[in-house]
Design a protein around this ligand. Sequence first.
Ligand code: BEZ
Ligand code: FE2
Length: 420
Amino acid sequence: MQIIGADFVVLCDAEFRVLKRGGVCFESDEIIAIDSYTSLCQQYPDIPSQYYESCAITPALANLHLHLEFSQNEGILHFGDFGKWLDSVIVNRETLMQEKLMGVNLKTAMQQGITECLRSGVGFVGAVSSYGYDLEVLADSPLRVLYFNEVIGSKIEVLDILFQNFLARLQDSKSVQNERFIPAVAIHSPYSVHSKLLEKTLQVAQKENLPLSVHFLESQAEKEWLETSSGYFQKFYQKFFGSNPKSFYDVQGFLEFFKDTKNIYFVHCLEADSQILREITTMKGKIITCPKSNRLLNSKLLNLNALQECGIPFCLGTDGKSSNNSLSLLDELKIALFAYSDMPLEYLARELLLSVTRNAFLNTDWKLGELKVGNFADFAVFKIPKTEEFLAQNLILYVREAFALYIKGMEVLENLQERE
Ligand code: BEZ
Ligand code: FE2
């Protein structure tokens, strides 16, 4: 058992309560008590204790959407237009997966990505894996990982091969499963996954109760394709697959497939209207937004006011370096704080902090995201200015790196520095 304390203990509960000069007493598996630091030290006088001066303790942050395998992209993929970006992904995806690209090694690039996550106070990632190349580095890292084995494919002739390949990757991820590493499933998107492949994959996910992630309504091009089977994707299919298919689904039809799936993460939803947003809430789905990626590919932000009107909490993710310049969740929080300029500053800052803590684990079995007795001992410690009134905005504006990070009761940043 041990105690840590700080000027501010930010519980990240629904009321955003903060304990001044608070403390947390914990062992590796759970939080035992939360109180003022002094009373905890009096109550448990014989255990190690550490007070972090001028700091805030929060739950370790969660980045629920990234693609670690694309960590070698710097300046290769086309930003500024969704269609041009997707074209560039198709042309360059094999190049980007090369073991060595322009002197950088894929494994090293992925390890740097993991370090960037940890340094930004992230203890939990939702990692979408297209090939399985990231399995080992993630399983060997201190992170908690929700490992989304992705399916993608529209060509009927190769669906069986693709499905078998998915099953093999799923199996590989199950072989390293433990309490910190959880196998899961990702459906790439409605425009890229054949309905037969979707059906078979969902059967597996539902039977095994696996969490599910899907890119959904990210671009106008996607919406147009689902609604009218025309526009950018018509030309895309002609150009890259020499085919002339119709969309496999309309918007409603696609959502229908997920009615019986628990624990589902819809990523982006930039083009979702309020009816669709409500349906996602009814399904207890989560919406993950990645503002920097959305800026770079679609020049648009998710309408948080619309989500709020529907009573939907949002989660914040970075997406991969395929559509971002960094995997730092602190960078993402900063950009979001500046970008949503119509929302009151401190209010927005609190909502953003909740989006990477509490909201990420609502309606799940994981005891994470909120500091409370019985939850896992995962904390981030940030050095921040003293003014309590602006605590949330200060935390986002002035912090560039976590000061300490505990996962499963163990500080992990110290070891990270030693290793490098
Ligand atoms: C495919 O692999 O079939 C695919 C990939 C991206 C977009 C559409 C289809
Ligand atoms: Fe993504």
